[in-house]
Ligand binder design. Structure first.
Ligand code: GDP
Ligand code: ZN
Length: 517
């Protein structure tokens, strides 16, 4: 496809595109021919003055990590841009290949012209994540670190960025690697026993079981970070529900300090879903204001009702708003029953998911409150979306004057009194949300790496395999059966570090990166 066969050298714009215009933009090249390709385009002031040389001079021998100023010219010798060139020669670069960065004028047109020039000179457009893929393939990063790079770039809050950085620094990688090594050590020992059992001392079964159980516990600790990882990455969806006129839109406005929701006193005005973004305790929170849920013949209103239910269903947290001045009304009761009642949407969801609390793959595990289930399945539990009750308009009547049915009291994690119009109780709401998702006691400095869903799945796989080993040991099952499960655990951990990972998984991971990363 390319005119010149330097197909292994990739190029991409690595700075932001299409957003706010920047003064400087960067095109990055990586690969064996990066220096050769830039040499075809780049002229320092000196070589420009030396005119007869300017088209013949294909020899560019830059010093690594030394910035040079000059011009980029196309094949006909026409000036394309003035640039600063930063060569980072292998292996002292992000990809461990020769990397050249061209700092050109910002603005989408400028930087696209520079990229186009590089492509015409023989580079190939990088795939999403291809720079980081190369860094991984060349051993500069392991897979867990590479994934943290994507998380860092996508981070929406500083706490999320901090956690991704901890991942890049290798905290998770070291943890996974040490467990994987321990699996492999055990495996080697087992296989030695299979081959030379007579020559080895007797196996200390109890010590072995303790050792594997300790590994399971460590896996559990890592798994415990999954919920936080998910929260940091995708933020928290908080649905505000309630009958018309209790102050949902006012609350959304005051809480998020935006004017996105229209506040009116005509019941049922907010028909579309209004969204507001904010940050609470380092967590990105998406507030969703729903149309007033009401039993009504009005068609538009009815669509709004269905939409509200859909939003409530998809939310990580549901905030139900009632009014202190009206108390618990029949309309509140209808909404409550629709969402939390026996036939409510949360029960329906439970049926959809089979009622299984599936550890870290389900909605964040610490978000799920297990409540005792009704008669049909005694003792089993169902997953309820964590919920808060906001008693608004406390300027009109005391929150304590509202009498709630027992069933309602049980459904909510906490009751918070607010006056949306005066901004009262909003901080309590912040704390209640953080408490609800299990982050109330984490200081922002103590933040550390957290596993993502892919990693959590492999941790679970490793843990299950190790538990099978313990079982086999206890049941006195032959040694070669243990090694199968030990291998499985090692492979699962290798999927996290990237030591044992399939092409398909890699493609899947790196395709989610942006181009230029
Ligand atoms: P929504 O239909 O639930 O979204 O309710 P709105 O936010 O549109 O508010 C309905 C009416 O209640 C508006 O007139 C608000 O100004 C008023 N309102 C909202 N919050 C409070 C509050 O805390 N105290 C008082 N006194 N009025 C409020
Ligand atoms: Zn509203």
């Amino acid at each position: 496809r390319q005119t010149i066969s330097d197909n292994d050298t990739i190029a991409a714009i690595v700075t932001a595109m299409g957003g706010q215009q920047g003064a400087v933009a960067i095109v990055r090249l990586s690969g064996n021919s990066a220096v050769k390709i830039v040499g075809r385009l780049f002229r320092t002031a000196k070589t420009m003055r030396n005119k007869e040389n300017s088209h013949l001079n294909n020899e560019w021998n830059p010093k690594s990590h030394r910035v040079q100023y000059g011009n980029l010219i196309d094949a006909s010798g026409t000036l394309v841009d003035e640039v600063l060139v930063l060569p980072m020669l292998a292996p002292r670069s992000y990809t461990r290949e020769d990397v050249v960065e061209l700092q050109c004028h910002g603005g989408d047109v400028c930087v696209r012209r520079v990229l186009q020039l590089c492509l015409e000179a023989g580079a190939r457009l990088a795939q999403p994540g291809e720079f980081t893929l190369r860094a991984f393939l060349n051993g500069r990063l392991d897979l867990a670190q590479a994934e943290s790079v994507a998380q860092l770039v996508a981070a929406k809050t500083s706490v999320a960025a901090q956690s991704a950085l901890a991942g890049i620094q290798g905290g998770l990688s070291a943890f996974v690697q040490s467990l994987r090594m321990e699996c492999i050590d055990l495996l080697v020992e087992m296989e030695a026993r299979l081959d030379f059992d007579d020559e080895m001392p007797n196996l200390d079964i109890n010590a072995l079981i303790t050792r594997i159980e300790t590994m399971c516990q460590r896996l559990q600790q890592a798994l415990a970070t999954a919920g936080r990882g998910r929260l940091l990455q995708s933020g928290l969806q908080v649905a505000i529900v309630g009958r018309p006129n209790v102050g949902k839109s006012s609350l959304l406005n005051a809480w998020s300090q935006s004017e996105r929701a229209i506040v009116t006193d005509i019941p049922g005005t907010t028909r579309d879903i209004v969204e507001a973004r904010m940050v609470v305790g380092g967590i990105a929170v998406n507030l969703l204001d729903t149309a007033g849920i009401r039993d009504t013949a009005d068609l538009v209103e009815k669509i709004g009702v269905e939409r509200s239910e859909a939003v409530a269903k998809a939310a990580d947290v549901i905030v139900m708003v009632i009014s202190a001045s009206d108390g618990w009304t029949p309309a509140d009761e209808i909404i409550f029953q629709r969402i939390w009642g026996t036939d409510g949407i949360l029960r329906q969801r439970k049926e959809q998911t089979g009622g299984v609390l599936a550890g870290p793959m389900a909605p964040p595990s610490q978000l799920a409150t297990v409540v005792d289930e009704c008669e049909d399945q005694p003792g089993s539990g169902s997953v309820q979306t964590p919920s808060l009750l906001v008693v608004n308009k406390v300027d009109r009547a005391a929150a304590g004057s509202v009498i709630l049915p027992q069933e309602v009291q049980n459904a909510f994690f906490k009751r918070v009194a607010t006056c949306a119009t005066q901004g009262v109780g909003l901080q309590e709401l912040d704390f209640a949300i953080l408490d609800l998702v299990g982050l109330g006691h984490v200081s922002s400095e103590g933040q550390q790496w957290a596993v993502n869903q892919r990693q959590a799945e492999q941790l679970v796989r490793a843990q299950e395999a190790l538990r099978r080993v313990v079982e086999s040991v206890q049941l006195d099952i032959p040694l070669d059966m243990w090694t199968i499960d030990l291998k499985e655990a090692a492979i699962a951990l290798g999927e996290i570090s990237g030591d044992d990972v399939s092409e398909e998984v890699l493609t899947n991971i790196f395709n989610r990166f942006c181009i230029g990363k």
